[in-house]
Design a binder for this molecule. Structure first.
Ligand code: IPE
Ligand code: IPE
Ligand code: MG
Length: 232
């Protein structure tokens, strides 16, 4: 089966998952975060090299304070315990997004985890926190201008948070909506898109396999013809 090298996931539906079970939204986020950790382990074991997960958008920061605080507490817990476990298993972790707007202790935890895992070779987990693609592009352009560099496709792409990494081959969105919600707008130019009604906490490894199997049947052309790219 043809496997994507880089998978990105819009982990949506935590709130509705909880609501359907008469649980607080925070419980949906907790279950979602557990699922994310297990899924990353599964993906890297399969040989996928990059997994990018959308955990918090720039827009999500304007949710009610209680929900945002709950998410921050989850990050505190996960960067202290769960992500550490993954790092022990030789995974690299990178946070993409504007971390400068996060509480200082979380910024510290992120930096520690990134440093501790920098040598990991088993797979790279990009966690998008306070991430917004528009913010990312504007920030990258301003950086290039400041450095006196010309803005080209190459320079811009390498100035993004994902600079140096391959573009996503497959973007999965759980939770029924069919939109991108400000995620990897530049990097997704030729990504295959997969939408599922399953809410993220229920997005099991089997559901992930369905997405991978769907991907393996896609014919990618990158603007060329089947003959040019060797599609059967
Ligand atoms: C996605 O789940 C996680 C975050 C945005 C933090 P939601 O919280 O958006 O869940 P729904 O869409 O309300 O079900
Ligand atoms: C996208 O989900 C962001 C994350 C999954 C972190 P949202 O729930 O914020 O997206 P919209 O608002 O429905 O587009
Ligand atoms: Mg949502």
């Amino acid at each position: 089966m043809k496997l994507p090298n880089h998978v990105a996931i819009i982990m949506d539906g935590n709130g509705r998952w909880a609501k359907e079970r008469l649980l607080p939204r925070g419980e949906g986020h907790r279950q979602g975060m557990n699922r994310m950790i297990d899924l990353a382990d599964y993906a890297f074991t399969k040989g996928i090299d990059y997994l990018t997960v959308y955990a918090l958008s720039t827009e999500n920061l304007s949710r009610p304070k209680e929900e945002v605080e709950g998410l921050f507490n989850l990050f505190r817990l996960y960067f202290t315990v769960n992500v550490k476990k993954m790092i022990k298993r030789n995974m690299r972790v990178k946070v993409i997004g504007d971390v400068s707007a996060l509480p200082e202790d979380i910024q510290k935890l992120i930096a520690q985890n990134e440093q501790a895992s920098a040598g990991g070779t088993r797979g790279c987990l990009n966690i998008a926190i306070n991430y917004g693609s528009r913010q990312e592009i504007v920030y990258a352009c301003n950086r290039l201008v400041k450095e006196g560099k010309e803005i080209t496709e190459e320079s811009l792409s390498s100035a993004l948070y994902t600079g140096g990494q391959p573009e996503p081959d497959l973007i999965i969105r759980t939770g029924r909506e069919k939109r991108i919600s400000n995620f990897l707008l530049y990097q997704a130019a030729y990504a295959e898109l997969y939408f599922t009604d399953v809410m993220f906490p229920d997005f099991t490894n089997e559901e992930f396999e369905k997405a991978l199997s769907d991907f393996s049947g896609r014919k990618r052309r990158f603007g060329k013809t089947d003959e040019q790219v060797g599609n059967a």
